[in-house]
Design a protein around this ligand. Sequence first.
Ligand SMILES: [Zn+2]
Ligand SMILES: [Zn+2]
Length: 258
Amino acid sequence: MDIRILGAHNSESESTRLTSLLVDNRLVLDAGGLTSSLSLEAQQQLKAVLLTHQHYDHIRDVLALAMNFYLAGATINIYSALPAFEVTAAHLLDGEIYPNFMKFPEEKPTINFTVVEPHRAIRIGDYDVLAVPVNHSVPTVGYQVTSPEGEAVFFTGDTGPGLSDCWQQVSPQLLVIECTASDRFAEFGRKSGHLTPVLLKEELIAFRDIKGYLPQVVTVHMSPGLEEEIRAEIAAVSEELNTPITPGYEGMELQLSQ
Ligand SMILES: [Zn+2]
Ligand SMILES: [Zn+2]
């Protein structure tokens, strides 16, 4: 399984993109820095986009992607849990700010939107996909994607502390988890549903206690202005837990094999 980080930040600039992950050039998890990261040809290879929650930095490129698929006469599958679907349908695919690609063009709408139920595994192409609730300021699910060969990645989307229930349900080799701010913002993280390195450490200790191992860990959704601090604090956590934890970056490639 090949995973590429398309966007590793919570803020967009010339050098940073919003959160988005590409799996085997086929599946995309969150549509932040999606279209600006992929050629039109690469976009046409996509089979599905899975959205973790309704926040703008995670759903934004749904419209740009849909326009590209519409112009190519193709359709794209989009998945989310019910709350993110409702907000996306009401505010992004409302037919006012752009065409409602769930109904347009009439003869073959561009977007085929499927609502997923948390805790219920579904099949998307050759992949098993499981949506698992995490703890954010709005209803959010992480996704575990498992390849036919049994390789698995879990992407949290945005989350704060309190992931014990979530850990019970996943067994990834690679964990892509948010770490938005540095530890001086830990209180902000607890309140707003985000992680900092010290909060991440507690969640990883819980993971190890529950699962008896730690996966490879890559962090995303980093605030660019705090990245130096975040990196230093993550390095300390990595050393304390004696496990690799790597801050992600745009274009980072990760490979999982059995
Ligand atoms: Zn969010
Ligand atoms: Zn976000």
